[in-house]
Design a protein around this ligand. Structure first.
Ligand code: SAM
Length: 247
């Protein structure tokens, strides 16, 4: 059975799509997407031999060799320009996903939707999308097996009914509490609109991590460490104010 995380990613793929799933591991997503009838054709890309062979096996076991091509290679080098209209990249850090997209810009022409699930570094990915004219149309946050995941869906700015700037325009939440562009990029413009319990858990945990960093910095006498700790304290305060308003 597909994990809830992969299921939610799959639900973001429009019916009739041609899919490339990059970093496909066991090719669970493309197999389920073909079996459900959502996707008509898929490429499963893997850079590492173990997962690549696991993907080949999985596709063969499902008897789907005609509709899913398993290809070995780095990032988007496994797809031809114009070959697919949806790309999913899931289960890696945001920085790695951004670098895969960066190195495959020519393959993104003609792609209508990106569905990205960074394990960390969501802010890096949102910034990448802004810089490369991809507009977020949907965001999800969910918890499964004690881990929190975010799923970002984006479409090209040229076909987006929503202007990029609208999403990240600073918003006052209360007097003296402003959701800044920086915080919108970190927290997610849709997630802050409908903050669920998982969202609050994630940001409570984030504050805990930041407090851990402050504790480490406080062991140093360096001015730079003190300045950094002050910066982080301010950030925690801004996050806490926002969380209070979003209760
Ligand atoms: N996408 C699946 C999921 O979400 O369940 C698998 C996630 S797994 C944690 C990450 C996979 O990405 C690994 O199988 C790894 O080999 C692959 N990977 C990492 N860097 C890659 C790259 N540059 N190109 C293709 N695959 C990559």
């Amino acid at each position: 059975k597909l994990s809830q995380r992969l299921q939610r990613i799959m639900e973001q793929i429009p019916a009739g799509s041609k899919l490339a799933d990059i970093g496909s591991d066991h090719a669970l997503l493309p197999v389920a997407a073909i079996q459900s009838g959502t996707v008509v054709r898929a490429v499963a890309g893997e850079v590492n031999t173990g997962p690549y062979e696991a993907a080949l096996k999985q596709v063969a076991a499902a008897g789907l060799q005609n509709s899913i091509q398993v290809r070995k290679g780095d990032g988007l080098e496994v797809v031809q320009p114009g070959e697919v209209d949806v790309i999913t990249i899931a289960g890696m850090g945001g920085a790695l996903i951004a670098s895969i997209l960066d190195r495959g810009l020519d393959k993104l022409e003609g792609v209508q939707q990106l569905v990205l699930q960074p394990n960390v570094g969501e802010d890096i990915l949102r910034s990448w999308l802004i810089e490369h004219d991809w507009v977020l149309v949907h965001e999800q946050i969910l918890e499964e097996d004690g881990k929190i995941y975010e799923i970002l869906t984006a479409i090209p700015a040229a076909v987006s009914p929503l202007a990029q700037e609208e999403l990240y325009r600073p918003r006052p939440l209360q007097e003296n509490v402003i959701l800044t562009r920086e915080l919108l990029i970190a927290m997610g413009p849709y997630l802050v609109d409908r903050p669920n319990a998982v969202f609050h858990t994630k940001w409570r945990e984030e504050i805990g991590k930041l407090q851990g960093i402050i504790a480490q910095l406080s062991r140093s006498d360096l001015d730079s460490a003190r300045e950094k700790a002050d910066e982080i304290r301010e950030r925690i305060q801004r996050i806490e104010e926002v969380l209070l308003c979003l209760q």
